[in-house]
Write a protein that binds this ligand. Structure first.
Ligand code: NAX
Length: 332
């Protein structure tokens, strides 16, 4: 029998947490033969609700679930964790700009960076979900210098999956046959969803999405805005932000990172830039990555046209500004 993997979920009493923990306990993140122990962290006002989630996890009698810790103590939560999914944060309320939530969240991520650095397993893999996701991950990286920077990522897989979904709808093919879209940059409305290298898998080999769509204008306008504004559309329709699709994307991100992507397929992950594609080193930027042996690497050598270049630079510029706002908030 495999040793259980300890998975931390912060903000576990929230709506993504509620959708995510049963997926993890069912093996959708780490595989159907991998036992897990869940560490769930939330804050004092949510302690009772968190206890309720723990009761439901026990009641669901998941065979893979070997233990559940529900706590408001960040040290207990981070103890020996192998995987940390950071969903907890100060919510963006209606009418609030991303910048308004920035100062609250970077302070949280600075504090939780220290707890992870001191108490998590040495090879802990971290995924930051809470917004501003890229900048929270950047702050976590800066304040947990002993965690290898390659182990700190942020979630843009939901945007990636949304892009796959839109291509699938447009071309009327199953989403499982669409691959290699890219989401570049920030998990914000400046993100650049790029279908230039995307393909459809057919029995006669891969076919270019750009050629099949045969409408560059759609790819440059409507496709962009639907993917970028999808979060807002869900809030409008549900009066709540995306939760099941976010939880599913979190499982996809971790599963591909741990178990690898299939040959010839890449996914989008927010990772520390090494200067690839001219992006400022050290920024947490969403790139196309392939994964093998528990490590991601940025897909190299993709041809970037002028339109893409401008979009990729604009979202990088926003991340540089967010970084400087975050540092101002932390009075650094
Ligand atoms: P909720 O407000 O339902 O849940 C957040 C939970 O975090 C709450 O239970 C709250 O008590 C808890 N929390 C607050 N401060 C905390 C702290 N210091 N330590 C631990 N827990 C704390 O939000 P939900 O809809 O679950 O969304 C969670 C986060 O994901 C938000 O920041 C949201 O913006 C972000 N998202 C990011 C996405 C991405 O693709 N990167 C997509 C989905 C989502 O919008």
């Amino acid at each position: 029998d495999k040793e259980p993997v300890i998975v931390l979920v912060t903000g576990a009493a929230g709506q993504i947490g509620y959708a995510l923990v049963p997926m993890i306990a069912r093996g959708l993140m780490l595989g159907p033969d991998q036992p897990v122990i869940l560490h769930m962290l939330d804050i004092e006002p949510a302690a009772e609700a968190l206890e309720g989630v723990k009761m439901e996890l026990i009641d669901a009698a998941f065979p893979l679930l070997k233990g559940v810790v529900a706590t408001t103590d960040v040290v207990e939560a981070c103890m020996n964790v192998n995987i940390a999914v950071m969903v907890g944060g100060f919510p963006r309320k209606e009418g609030m700009e991303r910048k308004d939530v920035m100062s609250k969240n970077v302070a949280i991520y600075k504090a939780q960076a220290s707890a992870l650095e001191q108490h998590a397993a040495a090879d802990c893999k971290v995924l930051v979900v809470a917004n501003p996701a890229n900048t929270n991950a950047l702050i976590l990286k800066e304040f947990a210098p002993s965690i290898p920077e390659k182990n700190i990522t942020c979630l843009t897989r939901l945007d990636h999956n949304r892009a796959l979904g839109q291509i699938s709808e447009r071309l009327n093919v199953p989403v499982s046959e669409v691959k290699n879209v890219i989401v570049w940059g920030n998990h914000s409305s400046t993100q650049y969803p790029d279908a230039n290298h995307a393909t459809i898998i057919t029995s006669n080999g891969d076919k270019s999405v750009r050629e099949l769509v045969a409408d560059d204008n759609w790819l440059k306008t409507e496709f962009q805005s639907i993917v970028q504004q999808r979060g807002a559309a869900i809030i409008k329709a549900r009066k709540l932000s995306s939760a099941l699709s976010a939880a599913s994307a979190i499982c996809d991100h971790m599963r591909d990172w741990v178990h690898g992507t299939s040959t010839g397929t890449w996914v989008s992950m927010g990772v520390c830039s090494d200067g690839s594609y001219g992006i400022e080193p050290g920024l947490i930027y969403s790139f196309p990555v392939s994964c093998q042996n528990g490590k991601w690497s940025i897909v190299q050598g993709l041809k970037i046209d002028e339109f893409s270049r401008a979009k990729m630079d604009a979202t990088a510029k926003e991340l540089i500004e967010e970084k400087s706002t975050a540092y101002t908030c932390l009075e650094l």
